[in-house]
Design a protein around this ligand. Structure first.
Ligand code: AMP
Ligand code: MG
Length: 414
């Protein structure tokens, strides 16, 4: 924590985000591709679904009262006057003693109030014999039974599920108004970096943060853009921070050293609201604004970069995208296998693994060991006022994996 005269608390950084970040404006998108998007306004239906009473079984449209007393000992004859298939209709009317053959999904002909299934009938030449009775309304799906006209189907802020876009299609919604996805420019700095996709060589290291940040931004509803690695000098960094984006993520050079340009740029041309946070890792994180853009300064060390993203940048991106600030991780509570120490005065982001249903903190060399986060099942956040937890204490573990896309059963075991 050398170098920072003073460090803000995680709570102060969260408060700055809460005060400054609002959902973006709305845009109209094709309802068909709106799964995962957040509705900007309520959606009401202006139609009934279905628009007509329909047969729910293959059988005969009849008047239920005509079948009264029918059984296999007392067959009741009907004259079959026609047939209706799904998508068709008939001018014929069901009158006493008459029936119309219908297939599932076909409109129920006028005059009928029930559908007698085929298996409750026998055939006798042109006639149908009913062998069972049924109450009025039986096997008929009523108009508006699925969705009635004027119903509020979805409230604003709902994140659409795949079945929701199916429902939108069923009411004939071509477009929906959703919160715009934030455009996120990833500015990765470091003269020692090789672009992702290359093999490490000489004294250079491959940029691990771009692919990681792109995946995180996409997960949180943003549109990432990373056109290339930016040289460690003021001019290139400033130029790249002035991107046409809602959020700028600057990876690397976020601290107070000679090569750490981004904080000074932000202080000079915009606002450096928070610089230095009482947490580990990621203490050299920062945030502020450059004109309309939100800027997050992420330390270059990959674990710090992940942690600072998840604590601050991801939170802001989710809020902009209309998703709310909550962690995007499912969490479970489980006992610690051994004690977890933390220093009072800072928040700790401790990577952990599950061992036989217990939580094992991962001993790591530091913020540079990104693979520790791949070995981990999740992380525990130790608050600033805590000096950690003793063995067997119950802790809340945020799971890196998406719900049930991995070892959730094992994690949830205790
Ligand atoms: P910095 O925050 O720029 O001082 O970088 C801290 C450490 O993280 C240095 O060892 C860098 O080489 C390393 N580092 C910086 N950026 C990246 C990156 N994009 N991918 C992997 N390591 C990085
Ligand atoms: Mg650097």
């Amino acid at each position: 924590m050398r170098g920072f005269a003073e460090r803000a608390s995680v709570d102060a950084a969260w408060a700055w985000i809460a005060e400054n970040v609002l959902p973006l404006d709305a845009e109209w998108v094709d309802a068909r591709s709106a799964s995962g998007r957040v509705l900007a306004a309520d959606v009401r239906s202006d139609v009934d679904v279905p628009l007509f009473d329909r047969a729910m079984m293959d059988g005969y449209a009849v008047r239920a009262s005509d079948c009264e007393g029918a059984s296999s000992y007392h067959r009741v004859p009907f004259e079959v006057i026609g047939e209706v298939l799904p998508g068709r209709s008939t001018p014929l009317i069901v009158t006493p003693g008459r029936a119309i053959r219908v297939m599932t999904g076909a409109p129920v002909p006028e005059g009928a109030d029930a559908v007698l299934p085929f298996e409750k009938t026998e055939r006798d030449g042109d006639r149908m014999l009913a062998i069972d009775e049924l109450p009025p309304g039986k096997n008929i799906g009523r108009r508006g039974e699925d969705i009635a006209v004027d119903t509020r189907l979805f409230a604003a802020a709902r994140r659409l599920r795949p079945q929701d876009v199916g429902v939108l299609a069923s009411i004939g919604a071509g477009c929906v108004s959703v919160v715009r996805r934030p455009k996120v420019r990833i500015v990765v700095t470091g003269d020692e970096l090789l672009p992702a996709g290359e093999r490490p060589r000489g004294h250079q290291i491959v940029d691990a943060n771009s692919p990681m940040l792109e995946a995180l931004v996409t997960r949180d509803g943003g549109i990432p853009r990373q056109p290339g690695i930016v040289r460690d000098n003021r001019e290139s960094i400033l130029e790249n921070m002035r991107d046409d984006a809602d959020v700028i993520l600057v990876s690397g050079g976020s601290s107070v050293g000679k090569e750490d340009h981004a904080p000074a740029i932000l202080a000079q041309y915009g606002t450096l609201a928070i610089h230095g946070v009482a947490m580990r890792p990621s203490s050299p994180a920062g945030m502020g604004r450059l004109d309309h853009r939100f800027v997050f300064l992420l330390p270059g060390n990959p674990v710090s970069c992940l942690c600072a993203y998840d604590f601050f940048a991801g939170r802001a991106i989710r809020l902009l995208a209309g998703r709310g600030a909550a962690w995007p991780y499912r969490s479970v509570r489980a006992p610690l296998r051994r004690k977890l120490v933390s220093q009072v005065g800072r928040v700790d982001y401790a990577r952990v693994r599950f061992e036989d249903g217990e939580v094992e903190p991962i001993a790591i060399a530091g913020a540079a060991v990104l693979s520790s986060t791949s070995r981990a099942d999740g992380f525990v956040v130790v608050p600033a006022d805590s000096e950690g937890y003793p063995e067997s204490a119950i802790v809340e573990v945020h799971l890196y994996d998406e719900p049930c896309a991995g070892d959730c059963d094992r994690a949830a075991a205790p």
